[in-house]
Write a protein that binds this ligand. Structure first.
Ligand SMILES: NC(=O)c1ccc[n+]([C@@H]2O[C@H](COP(=O)([O-])OP(=O)(O)OC[C@H]3O[C@@H](n4cnc5c(N)ncnc54)[C@H](O)[C@@H]3O)[C@@H](O)[C@H]2O)c1
Length: 234
């Protein structure tokens, strides 16, 4: 069996970076992909010998196809990279902006999954975690309909992947609520909305990472599920 080797997209910051950190502490190897080269390099340096990093834009099919997945063959995948997009009223929607968001949040995870399936090590039980959101269930914050739609699509994809890739791979989704990362900076629903969260506060990237670690490595009979990490909020 290979050592668990986890490909994580959007791994240079926020939740992806916290997942990488947690998995390395667990003794797994991590393949870090991100578009932000300086942050990616810094994360790789901090994680040490169990981490490799590559600048890969998951909106770019050619970049995904030419990424190195043979030096370390991945056994697990976290489709984490995603964008929130600009707040838009319905009258201000622009097709190009919607398509860009869906490209990163929906098409990207599908293409990365395809590349992962082609490259993955077959001698180790594997798993996939898709980083959805409670926005995929409740529609998201006002002005962020495209984001909510993209995360709803990721929840449907999780169910399709869990069915299609069984019994070789388990596939689950995480649905975080409000998590303190750069994505929340300037977005509505941060600390100001804490009273709407039963646990009374936003969550941390580390708290989401703990749930990701469990789904990836410690949940051998769990597949096709959505695990909310949202402080009780729906
Ligand atoms: N922060 C929250 O409150 C929250 C809540 C629910 C779900 N999520 C989801 O969690 C995931 C991570 O969010 P975060 O809060 O850590 O965000 P973040 O903005 O802090 O980090 C996202 C990372 O993804 C990278 N990235 C963006 N576009 C990319 C692309 N095209 N290719 C490769 N990398 C790309 C960014 O450079 C960044 O390093 C996202 O899918 C997000 O939708 C976040």
């Amino acid at each position: 069996m290979s050592r668990p080797t986890v490909l994580i997209t959007g791994a240079a910051a926020g939740i992806g970076r916290a997942i990488a950190n947690r998995l390395v502490q667990r003794g797994a190897r991590v393949l870090l992909w991100d578009v932000s080269a300086p942050a990616l390099e810094q994360t790789r340096d901090e994680l040490g010998d169990l981490a490799r990093a590559e600048v890969v834009d998951i909106a770019d099919e050619n970049a995904i196809a030419s990424a190195d997945m043979t030096t370390w063959r991945p056994t697990h995948l976290v489709n984490n990279a995603g964008i929130l997009g600009q707040k838009r009223s319905w009258l201000d929607l622009e097709a190009a902006e919607i398509e860009r968001l869906l490209r990163i949040n929906v098409t990207g995870p599908m293409l990365v999954t395809k590349a992962f399936l082609n490259a993955r090590a077959l001698d180790t039980p594997g798993a996939i975690v898709n980083m959805a959101s409670i926005a995929g269930e409740n529609g998201g914050a006002p002005g962020f309909a495209a984001y909510g739609a993209s995360k709803g699509a990721l929840l449907a994809l999780t169910r399709a992947m869990a069915r299609d890739l069984a019994p070789d791979l388990r596939v689950n989704a995480l649905a975080p609520g409000i998590i303190q990362t750069a994505m929340q900076t300037g977005a509505p629903g941060g600390a100001a909305n804490a009273e709407a969260i039963p646990l009374g506060r936003a969550g941390s990237a580390e708290e989401v990472a703990g749930a990701a670690e469990w789904l990836l490595l410690d949940a051998p009979y769990t597949s096709g599920e959505v695990l909310r990490v949202a402080g009780g909020r729906r």
